[in-house]
Write a protein that binds this ligand. Structure first.
Ligand code: URA
Length: 257
């Protein structure tokens, strides 16, 4: 399994290729801040080289892309800044950029994989058949969609709903980091292995990931089956019910403390 250092190295190399410059820091030794430079000619106009920084949260390191757009202080402002994104080829094939929807102050963020055809058409996450099932799952623990914040790892639809490619995820993930930073949820519910593996940098199976509280940047994170998988395998609904009841109990504990 790649270490966080390997992941960071790969990430930084990719960002340098895409944007020219990025900074990252080692949480253990903040003095070891590294600035990776590239040819000036590789810098697109929108990049502001002076704005580079890295966030160090607890023991984790989170590089922040060197772009003015990452300075937004509200979700609406951030949405306005990034919804014309062309960082990966999916920008050229989307109908709508699917930023996310729900309560900007939500305690719970629900994160799926990528928009499908319905989401691409409407510009909203989880509005197709899987989305209707997600609404029911949330209602089963007395939550409305507007109580939580719903979004995806990718903001644009991959052709034929194929799995996101590594380059697409790498381009899009900083947007999710920024959404998480703005919303500051207490819990994340990762729907399906794409979301779980991307967030947790894990390659474990669903059985191994379910039923435990994972830590994502200090946020309690649970993993369950994607609602689209439940449409194909209704016998897994019972397991999802267990997972969301667990989430509900953790959420109520926090609410009452
Ligand atoms: N599947 C997802 O992962 N996200 C959506 O928004 C819709 C379907």
């Amino acid at each position: 399994m790649p270490t966080i250092a390997d992941e960071l190295k790969r990430y930084v190399q990719q960002q340098v290729q895409m944007h020219g410059r990025v900074v990252y820091a080692d949480a253990v030794d903040p003095a070891s801040i590294i600035v990776a430079d590239a040819e000036e000619s590789a810098l697109p106009d929108m990049v502001h080289p002076e704005a580079v920084h890295a966030d160090v949260i607890g023991d984790s390191i989170r590089p922040v892309v060197n772009e003015e757009m990452m300075t937004a202080t509200t979700l609406d402002a951030f949405h306005a800044q990034i919804n014309t994104c062309m960082k990966c080829p999916l920008g050229g094939t989307r109908t709508n950029f699917v930023f996310g929807s729900g309560n900007p102050d939500a305690d719970i963020m629900v994160i799926g994989e990528a928009p499908g055809a319905d989401e691409d058409a409407q510009g909203l996450p989880f509005v197709g058949r899987a989305g209707q099932l997600l609404t029911k799952i949330l209602e089963s623990i007395e939550l409305q969609r507007d109580d939580v914040y719903i979004c995806n790892i990718l903001k644009c639809r991959p052709p034929n709903n194929r799995k996101p490619l590594a380059g697409e995820t790498d381009s899009c993930e900083p947007y999710l980091w920024k959404q998480i930073e703005l919303i500051k949820p207490k819990f994340i519910l990762a729907l399906g292995l794409t979301a779980a593996h991307t967030l947790l940098k894990s390659s474990e199976t669903m059985s191994a990931l379910r039923g435990t509280i994972h830590d994502y940047q200090g946020i309690k994170t649970l993993v369950t089956y994607h609602p689209a998988a439940l449409l194909r395998n209704p016998e897994w609904k019972k397991l999802v019910w267990e997972d969301v009841k667990f989430l509900r109990s953790l959420y109520l504990e926090v609410k009452s403390s």
